[in-house]
Ligand binder design. Structure first.
Ligand code: ADP
Ligand code: MG
Length: 317
């Protein structure tokens, strides 16, 4: 009954039948994290509302996710170039096991639809939150989050996906568990290229400006001079791994300045009890203030703690 009632939600866009809402985001924004204790929660300062909806192709039955942007908002926020950029980046990356691929782009007078492959399991952050909550409810002494095996398995896939981005000249700039989706089989896929940039020189991938999510900012991101964007992405991976293992952000404060300061002083605020020496070594090789001394993705990929044999499906089931 797609009849004349305009107040009724549109049930179909192009050849896609719309389903449930998968997520809401905010394009081109900072996400301000304002917890005191460091648990993963988020509060958004939104510039443009973004809705992501599951959909099915009416002929092929292919399941997709539609990222929907309102054209008027995009224009008002002067973000047409950003949207164009996100689409260009996804096109450039094409298909990879650990990247959410784009299927097509549709546009009406009112909206822009970025059609992507559907990743049913949702955000890694959601799964992490569930673990942290469950463990807290059971009042486990050393609460932790994913446990080493699962943390390493998710982290390794992040490393592989990000290495592919970098090899293609793409600096992601917003690596965090909200932008890592996971299939039911435990395959991690990086998404949200809304802030990504294509660097001019793979050997010297300079990026300027401060963008992304403050808790994941590398110390060299001061906004004063350009920095190595790839190394900054690697730093964010370190924050992700820390979160996976402990359920806490390594550097957190409601005050942005205080948080920046903690990052620059490498002031970790959480107990090390949930980290084995090997895990701690990996984290300490990433969270290095000098970007030139920070570990590379290649080295992380080769690290036996990160890259271990095992069946991811068994871990997530
Ligand atoms: P934003 O730029 O607004 O952060 P995202 O691309 O990150 O937009 O999408 C917002 C949220 O929508 C994601 O964090 C996720 O929960 C959900 N989502 C996005 N893409 C997909 C997808 N392909 N499959 C399943 N869920 C998705
Ligand atoms: Mg996002």
């Amino acid at each position: 009954n797609e009849g004349g009632d305009t107040s009724e939600r549109v049930k179909r866009v192009g050849n896609y039948r719309l389903g449930r809402t998968l997520g809401k985001g905010a394009f081109g924004r900072y996400e301000v994290i304002c917890t005191r204790s460091g648990e993963p929660t988020r509060s958004l300062t939104r510039k443009i509302a973004v809705t992501v909806i599951a959909a099915t192709h009416v002929e092929t039955n292919r399941q997709v996710a539609l990222k929907i942007l309102k054209r008027e908002q995009v224009i008002q926020a002067a973000m047409t170039d950003n949207v164009r950029n996100e689409i260009e980046v996804m096109k450039r990356l094409g298909q990879h096991k650990h990247i959410v691929s784009m299927v097509e782009v549709m546009a009406t007078t009112a909206r822009i639809y970025i059609v992507m492959e559907l990743v049913v399991g949702g955000e890694v952050l959601y799964h992490l939150g569930k673990r942290v909550f469950l463990r807290a409810a059971q009042t486990l002494a050393s609460n932790g989050a994913f446990g080493e095996e699962l943390a390493a398995a998710y982290f390794h896939q992040l490393v592989m996906g990000l290495a592919y981005c970098h090899a293609n000249g793409v600096c992601h700039r917003d690596i965090k568990p909200e932008n890592m989706l996971v299939t039911d089989g435990g395959v991690v896929k990086i998404t949200d290229f809304g802030l990504a940039v294509v660097v001019g020189d793979l050997a010297n991938p300079l990026v300027s400006g401060v963008a992304g999510t403050p808790a994941f900012f590398a110390p060299e991101m001061t906004g004063e001079r350009p920095y190595n964007g790839f190394a900054a992405d690697v730093w964010a991976c370190g924050v992700v791994l820390y979160l996976f293992l402990s359920g806490k952000y390594p550097f957190i404060s409601a005050d942005r300045k205080v948080m920046q300061d903690k990052i620059r002083r490498l002031d970790f605020s959480c107990a090390w009890s949930v980290f084995t020496p090997q895990a701690k070594k990996v984290i300490l090789s990433i969270l290095v203030v000098d970007p030139r001394k920070r570990v590379s993705l290649k080295a992380l990929h080769k690290n036996p703690w990160v890259n271990r044999p095992g069946d991811i499906e068994a871990l997530v089931s």
